[in-house]
Design a protein around this ligand. Structure first.
Ligand code: DAH
Length: 339
């Protein structure tokens, strides 16, 4: 029986080497290790082995079973490895991945806000903030806007039952900033939401976005304002952009201007588009802030300043030729994918 086991082992291991697919390996397993297989048949002979040899024959039986099943696993693994290798033949693992699959982009409004902030920060402006729920004083009175000004109507502004309101412009951050700063100069920008009771249409939303700027020091001039804004609009719309300052009225600046940029669309006549409001801070604003602060950091006789504000939605629309402001809040991927 011992020699029979040895020759079965030799025969089985030799047979294994010739097998080249999974079906053949499975047939081999059944043939040798299966219930009716050759090894099983031989081990039935244990019954007739004399007791003093049982131990030796038993050990041999185990050794042969392990050799055959070990050989089978090794062969299976080798075949699998060969299959894996065959399936990647011709694939260049050093090729770069395919870009763009499922990667999003920032919303066009976020992009324009970041560009505006980045550009103004390069000129020394730092970020400032204020609440969207404001007091009438911060939104209107301190900004020299009289009680009978149309913007203060119930029909134009969202009032809360307690008399506060949803800020109608980011200009309130000018006041919030001047109320709390400790020293000059003040050079801040404030991007954020503003609210108006407007009928919603292609150019109006009741919640929209603005960016505000304020620069106050001992001798800030109108030339500083012009230089800053001309640089800003050239950064946003391109180096050849032409900017025009048109006299206007705002309660909180004197003199005040509206700013137009000249846009030349291909094949069309150039047109002026109104894009922002600006001016030199009205001394009445400094006076009101000083009264609140109780000191003379913003003494209207000592300081001057400029301010400007503009709609970020409008900026994005002009820059990208977007015809309807509602696209900016509908989150239709077919629209957003273009940016
Ligand atoms: N707050 C004005 C608006 O919402 C825009 C504006 C005009 C801001 C003139 C300013 C400014 O800072 O100086 O229409």
């Amino acid at each position: 029986m011992l020699s029979q086991l040895d020759s079965l082992k030799t025969e089985a291991l030799a047979a294994l080497d010739t097998l080249s697919d999974e079906a053949a390996l499975e047939a081999f397993r059944i043939d040798y290790l299966g219930k009716k297989g050759k090894l099983t048949a031989l081990s039935a002979g244990m019954r007739d082995v004399p007791p003093d040899l049982k131990k030796e024959v038993g050990a041999k039986l185990n050794e042969v079973r392990e050799a055959i099943s070990g050989g089978l696993s090794t062969r299976q693994e080798a075949l699998q490895a060969a299959k894996d290798a065959a399936s990647v033949v011709g694939i260049d693992l050093s090729l770069p991945g395919r870009p763009g699959a499922g990667v999003g982009t920032l919303h066009p409004l976020t992009q324009i806000r970041d560009l505006a902030v980045r550009t103004l920060r390069r000129m020394g402006f730092t970020l400032a903030d204020g609440p969207e729920i404001e007091t009438e004083w911060h939104c209107f009175d301190a900004l020299n806007t009289p009680a009978d000004h149309p913007a203060r109507n119930e029909s134009d502004t969202f009032y809360l039952p307690d008399g506060r309101l949803l800020r109608t412009h980011t200009s309130s951050v000018q006041i919030r900033t001047m109320e709390t700063v400790k020293a000059l100069p003040v050079r801040v920008i404030a991007p954020g939401a503003a609210y108006r009771r407007d009928e919603i249409d292609a150019t109006h939303l009741s919640v929209f976005n603005q960016i505000e700027a304020l620069y106050v020091d001992k001798d800030v001039s109108l030339a500083d304002l012009k230089g800053t804004l001309e640089f800003f609009f050239r950064e946003v719309f391109g180096p050849k952009t032409v900017v025009r300052f048109r006299p206007h009225f705002f309660p909180f600046t004197e003199p005040s201007f509206e700013i137009d940029v000249k846009l030349e669309a291909k094949g069309k006549e150039a047109r002026w588009i109104e894009i922002a409001g600006c001016g030199m801070v009205d001394p009445a604003v400094f006076a009101e802030v000083s009264k609140k602060r109780g000191d003379n950091l913003f003494d209207p006789e000592q300081v001057t300043g400029f301010a400007f504000g503009m709609g970020l939605d409008r900026l994005a629309m002009i820059l990208h030729g977007i015809s309807d402001i509602r696209h900016l809040i509908e989150n239709d991927v077919r629209f957003l994918q273009q940016f």
